[in-house]
Design a protein around this ligand. Structure first.
Ligand SMILES: NC(=O)c1ccc[n+]([C@@H]2O[C@H](COP(=O)([O-])OP(=O)(O)OC[C@H]3O[C@@H](n4cnc5c(N)ncnc54)[C@H](OP(=O)(O)O)[C@@H]3O)[C@@H](O)[C@H]2O)c1
Length: 276
């Protein structure tokens, strides 16, 4: 079995300026891993890097907008030139929710959301795989969501992006079987971050108040669990709460009940439909 000892790893983390990605970067650095941070906001990247350096870590930052997913292969070439060793751990974490009803959400909104949440994960996987196969070591970690189990109204873009990521993950797992490469899926469950603040609300949902988490788990706690689980060779990391697990089983065994519960629980949201 391939061992992951953080101090010998090079971890590439997308969406490393906020929430879970930032917490993972800080934790991996705390465990003496070299960290490669990717996000759009240069100022926030500098701040995370500074925090890591102050704690004695070695960060490399790369400012990049993942809606340009087709340019990730070029970005990766630049990354490789700057770092001493290729990444041994890839964490596809960046993600956001572009909310809106299917009827009037522009295709461009879906396109950008899929690029960040799904296609970027594919492109980074394509980039790191040859190096990981050659180096005989690698872990590809995909940050999923309870969203990969059942979709909700007004969130088809986000949820379908996570459904797709799950399918990619399952194919990848089979495609790397027999190689010294691990695929790790993480359902982190809910936690405090800028997810709700960064949610893009389209058309008539602009003023809709989502029941966002006002309290919840600290992403640092989630990051510690994820890093431990990777180190101990776990491939399925399910950190969702009891409700998530019940929902998952109920969806499998009694999907009609779940459909009804979702519609009943979404009455306020559905009142904003384009024709309502
Ligand atoms: N929060 C939750 O309760 C929850 C639950 C389940 C799953 N998740 C998943 O956890 C992951 C992390 O989310 P979070 O809650 O930590 O959200 P967050 O605080 O909003 O952080 C999102 C990160 O993604 C980056 N990002 C967004 N769009 C980008 C783009 N176009 N190009 C490059 N980077 C981009 C952001 O950086 P810049 O703005 O600097 O680009 C930021 O670092 C996501 O995949 C999310 O779906 C979250």
């Amino acid at each position: 079995m391939v061992k992951y000892d953080w101090q010998n790893e090079v971890a590439l983390i997308t969406g490393a300026t906020s929430g879970l990605g930032k917490a993972l970067a800080l934790r991996a650095a705390e465990l003496h891993s070299t960290v490669l941070l990717i996000a759009r906001n240069q100022e926030r990247l500098n701040k995370v890097a500074e925090e890591i350096r102050t704690n004695g870590g070695t960060p490399y930052i790369f400012q990049f907008d993942l809606t340009k997913a087709e340019k990730i292969a070029d970005l990766y070439k630049k990354v490789i030139e700057k770092i001493p060793n290729p990444p041994t751990i890839l964490i596809n974490n960046a993600g956001y929710n572009a909310a809106g009803f299917i009827q009037n959400t522009p295709i461009k909104v879906y396109e950008d959301n899929y690029k960040v949440n799904t296609l970027a994960a594919i492109a980074f996987t394509q980039s790191v795989l040859p190096d990981m196969i050659r180096e005989k070591k690698g872990a590809i970690v995909n940050i999923m969501s309870a969203a990969m189990y059942h979709s909700f109204p007004g969130m088809s873009s986000y949820y379908s992006s996570k459904f797709a990521l799950r399918a990619i993950h399952e194919s990848l797992k089979a495609e790397v079987s027999g190689y010294p490469i691990k695929t790790v899926y993480v359902d982190p469950g809910g936690f405090l971050s800028n997810y709700w603040k960064n949610m893009e609300k389209g058309n008539r949902l602009k003023n809709f108040k989502y029941p966002e988490h006002k309290t919840g788990r600290d992403p640092t706690e989630i990051a510690v669990k994820i890093c431990n689980a990777i180190e101990h060779g776990r491939e399925d990391i399910n950190l969702g709460g009891f409700k998530d697990r019940v929902g998952y089983h109920l969806n499998y065994w009694a999907s009609k009940i779940v459909d009804r519960l979702i519609v009943n629980g979404s009455k306020e949201l559905l009142a904003n439909r384009p024709n309502a």
